[in-house]
Design a protein. Sequence first.
Length: 238
Amino acid sequence: MKIGVFDSGIGGLTVLKRLIKKFPNNEYIYYGDTKNVPYGDKSIEELKVLSSNIINFLIEKEVDMIVIACGTISSNLSTYLKEKYNIRIIDIISPVIDYLNNSNYEKIGVIATQATINSKIFSKNLNKEVKEVACPKFVPLIESNNFSELENYYSYYLDNLKDRDLIVLGCTHYPIIKKEISEYLGNNIKLLDMAECINDIKNDGISRVELYFSKLDDKIVSNVNSILKDKKYIIKMI
Ligand code: DGL
């Protein structure tokens, strides 16, 4: 199967990596909108245009289905996009809601972009006690590889979530700093990488990975390498 996967930048590669591991026999076409990152502070109207452009690009590449590997687009526009396009679209958040509603975790924390938190998708749909925190500084610092500055924000964003059983990494960039967040919070809190919950994908075809970015420079290439590590891929700018 040929599967389109997209995000605002490198964050969706954390999803792609899990998809390749779980369903290796597929052809993946990834699109990272590095020219327009971050999405988290954009208006819904802007996000509609950006995500539709990407889906049109992926449809031109003849994908059979699309995975929205972006919490911001999934939380605000998955219904809009699923109604607009006649192609199977999986968003990254619905499987998480299903998983958590059927789990024993009771006190849930969510960290995500401002736009995802504004959508209230988790508090509206989880039958649990939910605390949500927007972390707008994280994505720009992750994209620019500025890990030392990131540390300055852990206390501000995370201290209020220390009483949680589980925290959803509600933005696909955050698994890149999962180790650092976990070291800050300690081992008693489970950190959920949303891509763990995606199950419903076939695994039948050739294995191939092609990556497209709307902006490409040495820093992005090195970030891609450090996320995908030993995986083989072709990388292009469009
Ligand atoms: N990685 C995306 C998300 O999951 C987008 C973050 C952003 O561009 O602000 O929300």
